[in-house]
Design a protein around this ligand. Structure first.
Ligand code: URA
Length: 442
């Protein structure tokens, strides 16, 4: 078999066999396929697509290019289940949902990513906790999941290495936005954690990877078909990203919001709705609950009893963070030297948000990355972000800016104001959760 023959077949619109896909993925991992060939293959898939069996084969072969976690010897006594989001602004769902599902009897081995561009990253949020180790070895990771029920860590070199090279070539050849390739990329990494069930959060709107509902549906449907085809019970919920999800954006700021959520101090209604919807899916897919009502009752009990918060604290400590983080987080999370309100120039209702630009305000403050290698400031960001429909005036700011100095605060303030449009009348609100696709819909 030759790589160029496989590229030619895809270029000419043919359906590839499992053997051809396996051969090509092997070549990506061991270097037998050149960067040019990988790029040509990606572009052929971009234009000609892939049938479902090809997508399943690509996902499984990329997953099998590295370690696939095996849990057989751990006798967990509960299902292995995870959630993944396509990324957004102010999306701290994973921070709460992992411990909540663990408190209901699930085991959540969550391998999370860093933020890039306008989107935040779960790993960066955890790195605002002193001592938290996002890169334990896989044996420690599995032990913590067994002992506590959840561990949230970063991608390691052993998990789906073929995707690492493939993605870096797609990134510079305008071939990222191909639904078959996104499906295989996301699922090869997620499924390498040895999952039984997966709840996907596919964001839609002007701050999402897929901006139209139609494209978000196509991605959701592809992910559901491929993951179920690969033997993992999976649903995909389409959720709104036409504004920030919660009250805060940034790293320490979102960590604070998560702790306040878990301890019952404050729960932003949109963030709560998405967290409960996805956690409910996790309990249903993994068989922990038989109905949505039962799932919601279990999740509410996990929150009200304090068990979810306690599990969060234990996970932080097991991964190297302070033992008393949950109680004394105010003393541990970094604080920005400048915290200031930003008011609208004239009063009105928040009517529309350029969510991507809002996310980029955090980058301007130094809390996000333009390049993967950039270092970030964990203290800076936004809080009290006014949701759509809020009346803002000289008492209610658009948001509070947390900045390192007055100069970056001023620059961020200009960008923040430009990203939010006001109206004189109360605007219509978008749904927070659009729909959930299951194996029956795919
Ligand atoms: N996220 C991924 O991990 N892979 C893609 O291809 C796109 C988004």
């Amino acid at each position: 078999m030759l790589p160029q023959e496989i590229i030619k077949a895809k270029r000419d619109g043919k359906t590839l066999t499992r053997e051809q896909i396996a051969f090509f993925v092997k070549g990506i991992s061991n270097g037998n396929v050149t960067d040019g060939q990988v790029a040509a293959f990606a572009m052929s898939v971009y234009f000609n697509g892939m049938a479902m069996p090809e997508r399943v084969a690509l996902t499984e072969e990329m997953m099998n290019s590295g370690t696939v976690l095996n849990w057989d010897s751990f006798n967990l006594g509960g299902p292995i289940v995870d959630k993944h989001s396509t990324g957004g602004v102010s999306d701290s769902v994973s921070l709460m949902l992992g411990p909540m599902v663990a408190a209901c009897g699930g085991y959540v081995p969550m391998i999370a990513g860093r933020g890039l561009g306008h989107t935040g990253g779960t790993l960066d949020k955890f790195e605002s906790i002193p001592g938290y180790n996002i890169q334990p070895d896989l044996a420690d990771f599995q032990r913590i999941v067994k002992d506590i029920g959840v561990a949230i860590i970063g991608q390691t070199a052993d998990l789906a290495p073929a995707d690492k090279r493939f993605y870096s070539i797609r990134d510079v050849t305008a071939t990222v936005d191909s639904i078959p390739l996104i499906t295989a990329s996301i699922l090869s990494k997620k499924l390498s954690a040895g999952l039984e069930a997966l709840a996907m959060d596919v964001k839609t709107g002007n701050g999402a990877f897929m901006t139209s509902l139609e494209d978000s549906r196509a991605l959701a449907s592809s992910i559901v078909a491929v993951a179920n085809g690969a033997g993992v019970r999976t649903s995909a919920t389409i959720t709104d990203m036409n504004e920030a999800l919660g009250d805060t954006a940034g790293n320490a700021t979102e960590m604070r919001e998560a702790i306040e959520y878990l301890t019952g101090v404050r729960r932003n209604p949109r963030l709560h709705r998405v967290t409960m919807t996805l956690a409910t899916q996790m309990l249903l897919l993994s068989g922990i609950a038989a109905t949505k009502d039962e799932a919601k009752a279990k999740l509410n009990d996990a929150l009200d009893s304090g068990r979810a918060a306690e599990i969060f604290g234990k996970m932080v400590h097991a991964l190297g963070g302070p033992a008393d983080f949950l109680e004394n987080w105010q003393g541990y999370l970094p604080k920005a030297p400048v915290i200031m309100p930003v008011y609208a120039d004239s009063p009105g209702y928040v009517a529309e948000v350029a969510t991507r630009d809002l996310g980029l305000v955090v980058v301007t403050l130094g809390g996000g990355r333009s390049n993967p290698a950039d270092s970030i400031n964990h203290a800076v960001g936004l809080s009290e972000i006014a949701p759509i429909g809020t009346f803002v005036d000289s008492n209610r700011p658009l948001a509070m800016i947390h900045a390192e100095d007055e100069v970056s605060a001023a620059a961020a303030s200009v960008e923040l104001k430009a990203s939010i449009g006001l109206s004189e009348t109360l605007p219509e609100l978008d749904p927070v959760v659009y729909e959930t696709l299951t194996a029956d819909d795919a």
